[in-house]
Design a protein around this ligand. Structure first.
Ligand SMILES: NC(=O)c1ccc[n+]([C@@H]2O[C@H](COP(=O)([O-])OP(=O)(O)OC[C@H]3O[C@@H](n4cnc5c(N)ncnc54)[C@H](O)[C@@H]3O)[C@@H](O)[C@H]2O)c1
Length: 256
């Protein structure tokens, strides 16, 4: 348990926001949720959580867990706040620093890696916690906050943190597309690709992800979106990401 109890606002109480708030309230912090969706607010209230119809300005930490395209709107509503602003959304590399500069605020990035279907469990049992700190003070406070999770805590700068999140999801997508390609070849020659996958990943260097789960396109709210964002971002930087595009193309073909 964290000894110092904090007042924490969660802006955007969807999959990530709710799981973050639930985890932090388990550690004894006072968590207040804000969401523009009235049904979400009602659901949280019914589950015994504290909610606010408007974003509150007085909190030790404001976690922004909205879709990426409204992160700035959420920050706009915190002009009179004095707490830490921390973006949990999967923003493009450079976004947190740009918003910090534009708003004249210290803003950190702290990506979430949970699986939507196991949000509460994954939030409480992360493989690692990444803190994209804007300054040592933010990093120290966030490290202390997450200490009860007993997970490795990695402190980097916000842009690295944003890239870690997109690269992690692109890696998972690549495993699925890779094994879907093997699956297509196996189909042609009459071989069971799941047997090939299962035996291949007995080699400790080969991940089970994709080797055991393949045969259809990857979907969900994040993998296709984050891959698209990383492709577009790379191209904006003047780099054509051939492999990322192949991952997407294979996935598109799997849908037909
Ligand atoms: N779902 C996942 O498995 C997952 C995992 C890791 C990271 N992420 C990332 O986290 C971010 C949030 O994803 P999510 O799945 O929780 O989304 P979600 O759609 O489940 O939740 C987003 C919430 O934000 C609310 N919202 C929108 N605009 C708002 C505003 N202006 N003020 C307050 N609330 C507002 C919505 O009503 C919604 O409840 C995204 O960037 C996503 O890529 C998602």
């Amino acid at each position: 348990m964290c000894t110092e109890k904090m007042k924490i606002q969660i802006i955007g109480a969807g999959t990530v926001g709710r799981a973050t708030g639930e985890t932090l309230s388990r550690f004894g912090h006072r968590v207040i949720f804000h969401d523009i969706n009235k049904e979400k607010i009602l659901e949280l209230q019914n589950d015994g959580f504290e909610v606010s119809k408007k974003p509150i300005s007085q909190a030790d930490i404001h976690f922004i867990c909205t879709p990426e395209d409204v992160v700035e709107k959420a920050i706009d509503q915190l002009t009179t706040s004095d707490g830490l602003i921390v973006i949990r959304s999967s923003t493009l590399p450079g976004t947190t620093n740009n918003l910090a500069e534009k708003h004249g605020r210290h803003i950190s990035h702290n990506p979430e890696f949970l699986r939507a279907a196991m949000a509460s469990w994954d939030s409480l049992n992360p493989d690692r916690v990444v803190i994209g700190e804007c300054c040592k003070n933010h990093g120290d406070i966030l490290e202390k906050l997450y200490k009860p999770l007993r997970a490795p805590i990695v402190r980097v700068d916000p842009t690295t943190s944003e890239m870690i999140k997109l690269a992690s999801n692109a890696t998972l997508s690549s495993y699925i597309s890779f094994w879907n390609e093997i699956h297509k070849i196996c189909d042609i020659i009459g071989v069971n690709s799941h047997v090939v996958g299962k035996v291949s990943c007995m080699d400790q260097r080969i991940s089970e992800y994709g080797a055991s789960m393949h045969g259809r396109a990857f979907g969900g709210a994040c993998l296709p979106k984050d891959l698209d964002h990383l492709i577009a971002f790379s191209e904006e930087q003047g780099y054509t990401p051939e492999m990322l595009k192949a991952i997407k193309d294979i996935n598109e073909r799997m849908k037909t």
